[in-house]
Design a protein around this ligand. Structure first.
Ligand code: GDP
Ligand code: IMO
Ligand code: MG
Length: 425
């Protein structure tokens, strides 16, 4: 059996959580392979709205195995809160969540280092979610991280050594006043560790490969989006993990030939939170209309999301990197009221139009648009593709033709039910 992968193709928040939940009944195993609580994946069903940060979005379906893979970074404080919020709505997940021993831990000082680093950068800050992601992955690559498996042996000694080093950095380099914050969150952090320890720690690479050997089907859930990838995203305004399809191999311990379908998910328009370039961003009334219609406020930080038109140059770049086999278009309903809708089909750089995604997306990059008529129809009640207005079909056909990849799902609302599977003749 293969591992199918579902990835964001833009700057995150495409609707990954919703679609993983929708696709979960077709799979035996759902697994996260990178990122951490910078992610906020929203699911809506049965009048419930739940945002997941660390736990895979397959958790609400019965009899599924959910695995947090080695590529993920875990903050015990956030994890404990997630578990509590699931318990509150009646979900006890202790039997079907497994955690990789090789996943790295976000220490309390990592979060403080994130804040200190952003403060020091001032105007050039990344706009990080301040969840400690950058400092944790930095320690991982620098071979100074602590992993979930470390909790099983001599943890306190290892912890104290790391914390002492971080304190020196905070004090000497960042000149950051950390003591009060650290003393406040350390207790909570160790409480979170106890909650974490009540779950099953596994050698997830062995577990996943064994499950594949037993012909179990696996869906890997990406976090963030391809344009936030540490290698290929709009560096340095990116996250610190490999968000592309290859990240599923290193973040789970599966060989490249085990990758099956690759679902590339995108909004019918485009958003971004945090700093960094965004060629199709709309700073005018239309941008505000998109934000209002799409309720574009961050699931993790509540920050307003920057909004703009769909960018096919960036989308093609993303599908090239990810090897996308099927596209999934989200939030089509957000465009319901627009008379016409623009799609960026090229970048004009120094007077020349090209479909090439450049080394740097600076101010010289001007989007070139085509304009398509809007459908001016309420899509949220639609149950079948046959009810699609002609203009929506044209919009989807245009994207498929430009991309050379079929759109297999169109989402018309946040609820599980508002998902239309598209049949091809
Ligand atoms: P993720 O990080 O990729 O899982 O996406 P987020 O959950 O951060 O952001 C997507 C937001 O859009 C959430 O609030 C979802 O409930 C909502 N959403 C998902 N699909 C649709 C859709 O088709 N239409 C509308 N209007 N909202 C959607
Ligand atoms: P999901 O999985 C949208 C952005 C931050 C910031 C940059 C770096 O919900 O799609 P970090 O905290 O990773 O150091 O922040 O990346 N970012 C996201 N934007 N959705 C996300 O996750 C994001 N995770 C990080 O806003 O610009
Ligand atoms: Mg999100």
């Amino acid at each position: 059996m293969n591992v199918d992968v579902l990835l964001g193709l833009q700057w995150g928040d495409e609707g990954k959580g919703k679609i993983v939940d929708v696709l979960t009944p077709k799979y035996d195993v759902i697994t996260r392979f990178q990122g951490g609580p910078n992610a906020g994946h929203t699911l809506e069903f049965n009048n419930l709205k739940q945002v997941l940060h660390t736990i895979p979005s397959g958790i609400f379906r019965e009899n599924k195995i959910n695995i947090i893979g080695n590529g993920v970074v875990i903050d015990p404080i956030v994890f404990q809160k997630e578990i509590e919020s699931l318990k509150k709505i009646g979900f006890d997940i202790s039997g079907n969540l497994y955690i990789s021993k090789k996943a790295h831990l976000i220490l309390p000082t990592h979060r403080i280092l994130d804040a200190a680093s952003e403060q020091k950068k001032g105007k050039t800050k990344i706009g990080s979610t301040l969840k400690g992601i950058g400092p944790t992955y930095k320690d991982k690559i620098g071979r100074e991280g602590l992993r979930v498996g470390d909790l099983l042996h001599n943890f306190e000694d290892k912890y104290n050594t790391r914390i002492e080093n971080h304190k020196i950095m905070l004090k000497e380099f960042f000149k950051y006043d950390y003591e009060k914050i650290l003393s406040e969150c350390e207790k909570e952090w160790f409480e979170g560790i106890e909650v974490l320890k009540s779950f099953q720690f596994v050698d997830s690479e062995h577990m996943i490969n064994q499950l594949l050997h037993e012909k179990k089907s696996v869906l890997a859930e990406g976090a963030q989006g391809t344009l936030l990838d540490v290698d290929f995203g709009s560096y340095p305004f990116v996250t610190s993990s490999s968000t592309i399809c290859a990240g599923a191999c290193t973040g789970l311990g599966i060989a490249p030939q085990k990758i099956g379908k690759v679902f590339g998910i995108f909004k019918a328009y485009c958003t971004r939170v945090g700093m960094g370039p965004f060629p199709t961003e709309l700073l005018d009334k239309t941008g505000t209309e998109l934000r209002d219609a799409g309720n574009e406020y961050g699931s993790t930080t509540g920050r307003p999301r920057r909004c703009g038109w769909l960018d096919l140059v960036a989308l093609k770049y993303a599908t090239m990197l990810d090897g996308v086999t099927e596209l999934i278009m989200m939030k089509a309903d957000v465009l319901d009221k627009f008379d016409s809708i623009k799609i960026c089909v090229g970048y004009e750089i120094d007077g020349e139009v090209s479909g090439h995604f450049p080394f740097e997306l600076n101010d010289d990059v001007k989007p070139v648009y085509v304009e398509l008529p809007g459908w001016k129809t309420d899509l949220t009640q639609i149950k079948d593709q046959n009810e699609f207005p002609e203009e929506l079909n044209n919009y989807i056909n245009f994207i498929e033709e430009e991309m050379g990849i079929p759109v297999s799902i169109a989402s018309v609302g946040p609820n599980r039910e508002q998902t239309i599977f598209l049949e091809k003749e």
